[in-house]
Ligand binder design. Sequence first.
Ligand SMILES: *Cc1c(COP(=O)(O)O)cnc(C)c1O
Length: 344
Amino acid sequence: MVYDLRSDTVTKPTAEMRQAMAEAEVGDDVYGEDPTVRKLEALGADLVGQEAALFVPSGTMGNQVAILTHTRRGDEVIADSNAHIVYYEVGACAVLSGVQLRTIQGHNGFIEPSAIEEAVRGKDLHFPESRLLCLENTHNRSGGTVVSPEAMDCMIQAAHGKGLRVHLDGARIFNAATALGVGADRLTSACDSVMFCLSKGLAAPVGSLLAGKADFIELARKYRKMLGGGMRQAGVLAAAGIVALQKMIGRLGEDHQNATALAQGIAEIKGLHIDLASVQTNMVVFDISGLHTTMELFLRRLAEEGVLAGPVGSSKVRMVTHKDISAKDIPTVIRIINKVSMDL
Ligand SMILES: *Cc1c(COP(=O)(O)O)cnc(C)c1O
């Protein structure tokens, strides 16, 4: 038995998804003729309180199509210095949109509204145009932390007040909504665009949605085509996405409970340090400095015992709970982490 906790992206599609994929009604989606894709897009737009949505192959493409659609070359985009779009998207903003990223140090996904306002450029021959604020909820590099509706409102108001648009990287927005006990739309409807993933905790094999106003999505559809993301009988994939949205959101709370149980077990292990307050959704990040070993060796020993995890920086390990890890697996995983930590 291997407990794969590297990410929630490792989740396999459910039997119901495979069934829906096999039976999906399809057409050529580039011609706008795939009824299953259309259905997924309408469902997704509705869930996040937006007019329309666009099915894209990945979260990265969703974010990058959003930035292409909102900006012009030479514009400035404001983002948290630990944002996924800054860290993990291969420098795409510079290559594809030709924009300049202005990063601000945030805290668990929250950027001080005054810092947003101060970063916005005034009128000056020398300055780029400040065009867009990018937010992220849950915040990946902070360990899946949640940004509250009130905090979202403050940041969005600061940006809108200065004439900026707001894009939300909501790859795990339903984890945030579940943790906060609100509808996802409470976190997303005031944004100008939002991207969310179907292929992470929601367990679809492929795909994300980009949502926004109808005219924004119309233009975004053109940029998706430009990037090579126009897919043909994509209803086969969208069918799994529909199951993801209808059946998988309701169980995310289980992943959060499992993450909390895992974190509590890790807190008891000598040599490991964890900030329990940072465990808010399905991610557990802990520090191994106290073991006086290397990251490589720690992760290799864990893997040899059947637990897969990933590094965040040089001293922190990340484990992500998901639907293919059950509550009864957690004590076993804790026992293995304990054994490896004692042996090192
Ligand atoms: C996973 C993720 C993405 C990108 O999704 P891919 O489908 O892997 O391209 C974007 N933003 C955040 C916060 C993510 O966690």
